[in-house]
Design a protein around this ligand. Structure first.
Ligand code: SAM
Ligand code: SF4
Length: 332
């Protein structure tokens, strides 16, 4: 029998989903996510992949059913496939999913599928090569499009695009992005920009609400509200007679804290109980204190749930970000 109780926080929420950033590094520098001269963690600060794997196993032993591997760009981490193979078929883990910028999928999609990855989210903010470069600062659109094609071929349960629209930059592409998703036979979710990291552009002036995007799309498509949930905060709409669903992840316009079922882990092994708050529990010392005994690690994870706050502190009207931490650090 499992000697540990399920992960329940102080507000009675059951935590069965972790998002794990296995690297803060990335081959892109998206304007809303990173600064141009981003400083990354030194290699010895970052957990080894063996430590990452032990951490995932501890959470799964405590009842976590869904694990999202993210970053930075998780697929640029050296030997990432070894890690996916280690955790991909753990008993009790129902869903291993990845969030990626797609740049490495052309050569990794098949191996990820074989390793047990069920679903892939690919971030794509523009279909215009020049704009794509402007947003990612260094990314190549063509590489990502080839990655999307490979992901579709690899037979994942689901491939979904994540799109972040910014006013005056790519907000005129909402309909085109949905048309692309329909043509590809995949889903798409729109994410509202969150005030994380340093202020490298005036976010309150680029922020586009999902209400606005939905309004634009409904003028073009007869979207039907769907009850479907993937265990996350997205609300979905079905494009009639098509495979494609359109999701909206709206941390500002719809606060989803009350049904939050997740915690985040940084590549340094810090457990963040809420994306919008600074409080964290450092699990790295517990991982390093004993190579063979993870009982104190599990105990610390169970106790830390009591520190999960009721909700996030984002406030759009403020110019300063609520949290001085980049999304690439804790993982989006
Ligand atoms: N590199 C991978 C990628 O781009 O998908 C995984 C990490 S990235 C941090 C995960 C997601 O976070 C991306 O979909 C990105 O659009 C989103 N993201 C980054 N910064 C954000 C911000 N300030 N507000 C909202 N979403 C953000
Ligand atoms: Fe890299 Fe993803 Fe952040 Fe873009 S959003 S800079 S791809 S981690």
């Amino acid at each position: 029998m499992n000697p540990f109780p399920a992960l329940i926080d102080g507000y009675g929420r059951k935590i069965d989903y972790i998002r794990f950033s296995i690297t803060d590094r990335c081959d892109f520098r998206c304007v809303y996510c990173m600064s141009e001269d981003m400083e990354f963690l030194s290699r010895d600060e970052v957990l080894s992949l063996e430590e990452c794997s032990r951490l995932v196993k501890a959470f799964v032993a405590l009842g976590v059913k869904k694990v999202r591997i993210t970053g930075g760009e998780p697929l640029v981490r050296k030997n990432a496939l070894w890690f996916f193979n280690e955790i991909g078929h753990l008993p009790g883990l129902n869903e291993l999913v990845v969030t990626t910028n797609g740049s490495q999928l052309a050569h990794m999609a098949d191996d990820l599928r074989r390793a047990g990855v069920r679903r892939v989210n690919i971030s794509l903010d523009s279909l215009d090569e020049r704009r794509f470069r402007q947003i990612t600062r260094v990314g190549e659109l063509d590489k990502v499009l080839r990655g999307i094609a490979a992901a579709k071929q690899a037979g994942f349960d689901n491939v979904k695009l994540n799109t972040l629209l910014m006013r005056g930059i790519n907000d005129d592409e909402a309909i085109e992005m949905v048309a692309f998703a329909i043509a590809q036979g995949i889903d798409i979710s729109f994410i509202e920009e969150m005030p994380l990291g340093s202020v490298n552009h005036a976010r309150h002036s680029t922020y586009v609400s999902n209400e606005e995007v939905l309004g634009l799309l409904r003028a073009r498509y007869d979207l039907i509200a769907s009850n479907e949930s993937t265990g996350g905060p997205a609300r979905y709409w079905q494009v009639p007679n098509m495979k494609t669903k359109v999701g909206f992840i709206s941390p500002h316009s719809h606060n989803f804290c009350e049904s939050c079922n997740r915690v985040r882990i940084s590549s340094k092994g810090e457990l963040y109980l809420c994306l919008g708050q600074e409080y964290k529990v450092d699990l790295a010392p517990l991982l390093r204190q004993s190579l063979y005994d993870d009982e104190s690690l599990k105990q610390a994870i169970v106790s830390s749930m009591q520190a999960k706050p009721k909700g996030h502190d984002f406030n759009f009207k403020k110019v300063e970000p609520a949290v001085i931490r980049f999304m690439s650090y804790t993982g989006g």
